[in-house]
Design a protein around this ligand. Structure first.
Ligand code: ZN
Length: 190
């Protein structure tokens, strides 16, 4: 089921996600809905906060993105990214490594707003999968960027927080407009 995507200005995007204690049937259904929503919106990643729930769950799928390659290592060995997709990360813990690199980012909660964000080029990840099993990997390229962007969401951090002053200035009026629209819509629902 495709869920409505929460836009910037909704306070849920600033909430830190609660840890998942066990993967219940409700969580399994929720994860399937997150995938449906991400696909429908043609996104690379989606965090639980973006569909209105402050939980430590995110889904990622970088398949089909050819202009920005991804890298993957399993147990220190290069591995095939495509066959590792799609990804569910529950309660993820990450360690970003490598030099910081600038790259373009967008976010389903910020339609039509794009800007460069500096992030470490690689990331070590440990999380639970959709069956509640612990797994680890190292990512580079777009996948490293997507993981860091989504794990930020799980902690109430947004990509605009990571933009440098100049980039933030460029998108400021669009961001302010989106926030005002969202707040007006939320107020009219009450
Ligand atoms: Zn996002």
């Amino acid at each position: 089921m495709v869920l409505p995507v929460v836009k910037y200005g909704d306070p849920v995007l600033r909430r830190k996600g609660a840890k998942i204690e066990s993967v219940t049937p409700e969580i399994t259904t929720f994860i399937a809905d997150m995938f449906d929503t991400m696909k429908a919106a043609r996104g690379v990643g989606l965090a639980a906060q973006q569909v209105g729930h402050a939980l430590q769950i995110t889904v990622i799928d970088v398949r089909g993105i050819t202009d920005r390659p991804s890298k993957l290592w399993l147990d220190g060995t290069p591995a095939d990214v495509e066959s590792f997709m799609p990804l569910v990360l529950i309660n993820p813990v990450i360690t970003p490594t490598g030099p910081r690199v600038a790259g373009p980012e967008g976010c389903l909660s910020f339609p039509e707003i794009f800007g460069d964000v500096d992030r470490p080029s690689e990331v070590e990840v440990t999380a639970l999968n959709e069956r509640g099993e612990t797994f680890s990997f190292r990512a580079g390229g777009l996948l490293a960027r997507a993981v860091q962007h989504e794990v930020d969401h799980l902690n109430g951090i947004l990509f605009i927080d990571r933009m440098n002053t100049e980039t933030r200035q460029e998108v400021r009026s669009e961001i302010d407009e989106l926030q005002a629209e969202t707040k007006a819509r939320l107020a009219s629902k009450r």
